[in-house]
Ligand binder design. Sequence first.
Ligand code: SF4
Length: 359
Amino acid sequence: MMHIYVHIPFCDSICYYCDFKRRLYEKAVLKLWFKQIEKEVNALDLRSISTLYFGGGTPSCLPLDLFSQLASLFTPYLCKDYEWTVECNPNNINEALINTYLQAGVNRISLGVQSFDDTFLQAIGRKHSSQDVFNSIQRFREAGLNNLSVDLIYGLPNQTLADVKNEIRTFLSLNVPHLSIYALQIEPGSIFGKKGLKPCEEGLDANMYECIRQMMTEHGYEHYEISSYARDGMYSRHNRCYWDDSDFIGIGWGASGKEGSRRYDHVDTLSNYLQDERRVYVEDCDAPFESIMMSLRTCFGLDCQKWERKYHQDFKKVYDKQLQTYVPEYLYWKDHHLICTEKGLEILNTILVDFLPDD
Ligand code: SF4
């Protein structure tokens, strides 16, 4: 079974908080970019794709004929019960786009909402309104596409705890089965970073996190990953492959991939990618630690038997000191899985520092 991530690095505009690998949409480079993507795909032995994820950037800003061309590189290889997610911005959604996606076989949409409040949307440089969000959700549903996920950000400039509660109330009123919600990070390469914007106070940040968790779980959503909530088991199957140490293929400039204990990226800039689409392997990847780091984010935890088989180490022996410190208050055992308690999730970064290799 294969998991594939395709990075579409183009955006209609640049959000103030964004430091992802993305570029303003430029018609002139699209053809060349697609050629490189085709080269990457042709070099693969594609078969039985279990999860396919088009992320970005903004995949929904691709012209629809190009989207169909891109889709057709993968559709013959989708397995029977595949999950195919496309990230969309609410201002791109129209009937033609929905029809094209459905025809191609897309069955999950991740909607970049970030806030339901127009004042905050403007403050972070988003080009859509809350009404665009409501309209697009309705449109997808009318077309029969119900496997929807919303992305939100909390800790926005001047946002209060009451504002965050309102965001969650609005989310809950929409009856969407999946939420990904992240604290605003001030990245040095973002517009906010360059303007020297200060991050939200740590205490407020933590209160917001806790308030979100309470409201979401009270309404029947499972907090299945530190930033993700799902109802009725509608997890992101694709994201689970990142968290459970599975291999995945990354295609396109800005995409990473994993083959066993090896990670790879692509060249640093889009213009370099247009000349060289080959993978760049990461030399100093610490796969055993990364596996711990990713899996402790989830409510499924780290499968220690699998980890020991893969990395040929005795987990309890190697991490005896750490286990004594954190079990049972912050970490607990369920069969052979090591899992974070809710309290552990709140201090996950501190726990992980202790799991870092010594050198
Ligand atoms: S946040 Fe998303 S839409 Fe905004 S600039 Fe970054 S990649 Fe593009």
